[in-house]
Design a protein around this ligand. Structure first.
Ligand SMILES: Nc1ncnc2c1ncn2[C@@H]1O[C@H](COP(=O)(O)OP(=O)(O)OP(=O)(O)O)[C@@H](O)[C@H]1O
Ligand SMILES: [Mg+2]
Length: 274
């Protein structure tokens, strides 16, 4: 496994060098104010019933064997992000319905079972926001209103357990691409990071091929995961998007979702991961 990872990392580095793409370095937010860390518990708490979790394929809620693929993805994500000093990770895909929201929430839950990590999952699919539906809670205000400065983060965010915060949208944003690449968005995210001090911020994005939202936004993150759907994403689209992603940020890996195994017990796997 280590050898495979090393080979994949080398291949990625070679391609990066061939494309002339240097590692993308985001300017870091200044060290946070440690006094506000306790604010997490002041957010309203939501819970996900086992039945609802099952319906939405949220298998990482409890740390049982169904969580294993996400726990593996979690551990590799933590290792790579810590190694590089990265804190912000976007989750995107070539086309719609590849499983971005499902993977992002499962990964966030798996990360948050690590008690020493504070994790934030922010819904930035501002065209078709869906995290609130999966969770079964519509926030009073939307994350896009937080980004445009018309709402407070507290009014769009809830807590799931002690160290996972979900920031969601109740409605789509009127001008998502413009908002996502605005200075206001960058400043709002920096302010959230300074005040709430998450160890990892995950961003659930819209698909790459349908919009320019990712192009405008990815300068705000350190790295990205590309989610492909085994039976519907073409290899050429994976390749195209991975290359485009590598121009915009650091590609943490490609997750091959919706795989069907012979015994049908696992619906998720990851392909290359380096
Ligand atoms: N591993 C899987 N196996 C089968 N179905 C899955 C799997 N992962 C997700 N799904 C289902 O696929 C559908 C789309 O998933 P999801 O909403 O997570 O995708 P998305 O990429 O976020 O979509 P969108 O582009 O609309 O935001 C949902 O019904 C979800 O339950
Ligand atoms: Mg989604």
């Amino acid at each position: 496994m280590e050898k495979l990872e090393a080979a994949l990392a080398k291949a990625r580095e070679m391609r990066r060098a061939a494309l002339g793409v240097p590692e993308v370095v985001r300017e870091k937010v200044a060290p946070a104010d440690a006094r506000s860390a306790g604010a997490w518990t002041s957010l309203p708490e939501v819970t996900l019933s086992p039945g609802k979790a099952l319906r939405h394929r949220i298998t990482a809620l409890a740390g049982n064997k169904d969580a294993t693929p996400y726990d593996m993805l979690r551990s590799r994500t933590i290792r790579l992000m810590k190694e590089k000093g990265w804190t912000r990770l976007s989750v995107t895909s070539p086309g719609a319905a590849c499983g971005k929201t499902t993977v992002a929430l499962n990964l966030a839950l798996s990360l948050s079972r690590q008690k020493d990590l504070k994790v934030m999952l922010i819904d930035l699919d501002l065209r078709r926001p869906s995290l609130h539906r999966t969770v079964g809670h519509s926030p009073g205000r939307s994350m896009h209103e937080v980004l445009d400065g018309s709402a407070a983060f507290e009014d769009a965010a809830v807590r799931m357990g002690e160290n996972l915060v979900l920031a969601m949208n109740a409605t789509p944003a009127p001008h998502p691409a413009e908002l996502l690449q605005s200075v206001g968005t960058r400043e709002a995210l920096d302010a959230i990071e300074r005040r709430w001090q998450p160890d990892i911020m995950l961003f659930d994005m819209s698909p790459m091929l349908a919009t320019d939202d990712n192009v405008g936004f990815l300068g705000n993150v350190d790295c990205a995961l590309l989610i492909a759907a085994a039976e519907s994403t073409t290899l050429s689209n994976i390749d195209l998007c991975e290359k485009e992603l590598a121009q915009l940020t650091n590609v943490l890996g490609v997750v091959l979702n919706k795989c069907r195994y012979p015994d049908d017990s696992v619906g998720y796997s990851y392909g290359s991961y380096a």
